[in-house]
Design a protein around this ligand. Structure first.
Ligand SMILES: [Zn+2]
Length: 283
């Protein structure tokens, strides 16, 4: 008997033997590199696009593509997930704002293009849906980047001076471009570009990096300030921070919304949007 495959050529999983429970969704995904990549996607989607509701999100499903009886869904291989499904139903266009769509595309670019998004499908859009392409070399490379494994041994450099001033970051054991960009709340692309590097450039412990576009702001004009999932009051509130909190910025809009993280948020790989009217830049 031959193994059934999906349209992308992934083997269909008829049992859960090769799957792993996945904290972001109700259900499971294919274990290994695919799970690593989907987890990175979910972390950033949750922090930068909108909070993921686990009970509205799912993965592996042993079934054909919706509307067909003879074509296996990528869900049957455990390489596809649906996020916040009731808010982003199949067949509906633009269930995300244009800012959210731009953020999703930026995340997928950071993931090396190995994840496809149903929101790009022109005939029958599927905004909730993400699936991993059948690209073994790409998947291995991206998963390695996320886990911080290095393909070549690190050179023995002269240690850089100890303190990391404003706009610099000192590389620690186990850091990767990916993990540092998450800590700093900047995009991996911007971080790599700020250092004249490529994703394959090896990092070494003690190395000093430019953090890219980071500027620092203090909450000065509000006692408590909300942080939102996007640049505007219509976006959901992610949390809040008290007066005096320092925010490391990674971007700003022309109408004064600032993207950035508090130290707490940065340590959890989160970023959000703040109203710049309540902030003062710290030099
Ligand atoms: Zn789906």
């Amino acid at each position: 008997m031959t193994t059934a495959t999906t349209r992308r050529g992934w083997p269909v999983q008829s049992t859960t033997a090769n799957l792993t429970p996945f904290k972001w969704i109700t259900g499971q995904v294919l274990a290994g590199d695919v799970a690593t990549i989907l987890d990175a996607l979910c972390q950033r989607f949750h922090a930068e696009v909108e909070p993921i509701r686990k009970d509205w999100s799912w993965g592996w499903s042993y079934r054909p593509v919706r509307g067909y009886t003879d074509v296996w869904s990528e869900h049957a291989a455990g390489v596809a997930i649906d996020l916040n499904a009731p808010n982003h139903p199949m067949g509906k266009f633009n269930t995300f704002t244009s800012a959210q769509q731009a953020t999703i595309r930026r995340i997928l670019t950071d993931l090396g293009g190995v994840v496809a998004w149903g929101g790009e499908w022109t005939k029958r859009p599927d905004d909730m849906h993400f699936e991993v392409r059948r690209d073994p070399a790409g998947i291995a490379r991206v998963a390695k980047l996320i886990r911080g494994e290095q393909s070549t041994p690190a050179p023995k450099p002269t240690p850089a001076p100890s303190t990391g001033g404003a706009g610099t970051y000192t590389v620690k054991d186990g850091d990767s471009w990916w993990s540092i960009s998450r800590k700093l709340g900047v995009s991996m692309e911007a971080l790599i570009a700020a250092n004249g590097a490529t994703p394959e450039t090896t990092l070494y412990t003690g190395q000093r990096l430019h953090t890219g576009r980071a500027r620092r702001y203090k909450i000065t004009r509000a006692n408590v300030l909300n942080v939102r999932t996007g640049p505007g009051l219509r976006y959901p509130v992610l949390g809040s921070a008290p007066k005096g909190t320092i925010i490391t910025a990674t971007g700003r809009t022309s109408d004064g919304w600032i993207e950035g993280s508090t130290p707490y948020m940065a340590s959890h790989g989160q970023a959000g949007w703040w109203s710049g009217h309540e902030l003062t830049e710290v030099k």
